[in-house]
Design a protein. Structure first.
Ligand code: PMP
Length: 355
């Protein structure tokens, strides 16, 4: 290895789900929303002119920050925005986890947390979920440098109650607790309601799932003004213009249309509940999902084998070859039509296996 290479900051990157790009694929592997963004988003996109791109965007992203503050009943000083929640979470790790003590998150959770921890040199300790993939609250009562919980959790879909979150916050005064609510709109109880009470709580959300805008890359963090100020200090020390002009304009349009937002959520939740019933009839087992995906296992079918069979049928789902979850598949909730194709395939597959 040459001298310069010895000094490279080497990282093992996070691997996102495949984006196959061919036509005709039923794509249930990255928890995208099957419905389009709010109609106002399409309208604003059509009305945008390239000459608007001549100028830098507003570094404070004020229009989007204000729209989000209005939506959540917060003040603009309580809202931080970034390029998807990945960007927001990375900034938060960099900003708040600087004590040298290990940060805590579950052993089974969003697999980007340990990647950021390693990238930024933050020590961490994974806490085992119980056999039902639930958090054991007591595990979060020990010396630590911060806590990160996805709620509902990924890839399990299991939601922690607001009382559980409150309990962990109460046991950790003076420690930053990040609640990653990427999937909260599909059925969990948001910790946003706790923000006035806890100066150490940061809630992170995204436009990628419930708002159908994964391609636009918008995420936000909500918390007390002091936390948001520290986040902004780091952001302005890194890149002043994280939010581009289209993201600001289109993000605002999405936030404005609450009715469309609620209707889209209702449809996805209805499909999810129907899919759960059908999967149960086929013998699949799964924790109760409050998200836009289900995390399933079958007592007589190997997950990896089913993953390959589905892929051959051009149905993409997610498989994680990791301890404790290597016999599970994470299946995003698509349209009713897409889920019917999936269920038809699974019916035949299970029947053939059980012959
Ligand atoms: N948190 C969790 C738990 C996720 O599953 C994802 C999606 N991969 C993200 C954050 C990041 O999503 P985005 O950057 O698109 O907001």
């Amino acid at each position: 290895m040459s001298a310069w290479e010895q000094n490279v900051r080497k990282v093992v990157p996070y691997v996102p789900g495949e984006q196959p790009g061919q036509e005709g694929i039923i794509k249930l592997n990255t928890n995208e929303n099957p419905y389009p963004p709010a109609p106002g988003v399409a309208r604003a996109l059509r009305e945008m002119e390239s000459k608007q791109l001549r100028l830098y965007p507003d570094p404070a992203a004020s229009v989007l920050v204000e729209a989000l503050a209005g939506r959540y009943g917060l003040r603009p000083e309580q809202v931080f925005v970034g390029v998807g929640s990945d960007d927001v979470l990375a900034m938060a790790f960099l900003t708040f986890f600087n004590s040298g003590k290990p940060i805590l998150f579950p052993d089974i959770t969003y697999s980007f947390y340990d990647v950021w921890a390693k990238l930024f040199g933050i020590p961490y300790a994974c806490q085992m979920l119980d056999e039902n993939f639930c958090i054991r609250r007591e595990d979060y009562v020990r010396e630590n440098g911060g806590i990160v919980l996805a709620n509902p959790n990924a890839p399990t879909g299991v939601a922690e109650s607001i009382e559980g979150i409150r309990w962990i916050l109460d046991k950790n005064p003076g420690i930053i607790v990040i609640i990653d609510e990427a999937y909260i709109d599909f059925g969990g109880d948001s910790a946003v309601s706790l923000i006035p009470e806890y100066e150490n709580l940061l809630v992170v959300q995204t436009f990628s799932k419930s708002r159908s805008m994964a391609g636009m890359r918008i995420g936000c963090a909500l918390g007390q003004p002091k936390l948001i100020k520290y986040l902004n200090d780091v952001k302005y020390s890194f890149n002043s213009y994280t939010m581009d002009l289209p993201a600001l304009k289109l993000g605002v349009e999405s936030v404005k249309d609450e009715e469309y937002f609620q209707e889209t959520l209702r449809r996805i939740v209805a499909t999810r509940e129907r899919v759960k019933t059908e999967l149960g009839k086929l013998g699949f087992v799964f924790p109760d999902s409050r998200s836009n995906f289900v995390f399933v296992s079958h007592p007589r079918i190997q997950a990896r084998e089913l993953f390959e069979a589905l892929k051959e049928r051009r149905i993409y789902v997610r498989y994680f070859p990791k301890p404790r979850i290597d016999n599970y598949l994470r299946i995003t909730i698509g349209t009713d039509e897409e889920m019917d194709v999936l269920l038809d395939f699974l019916k035949k597959y299970v029947r053939q296996k059980e012959r």
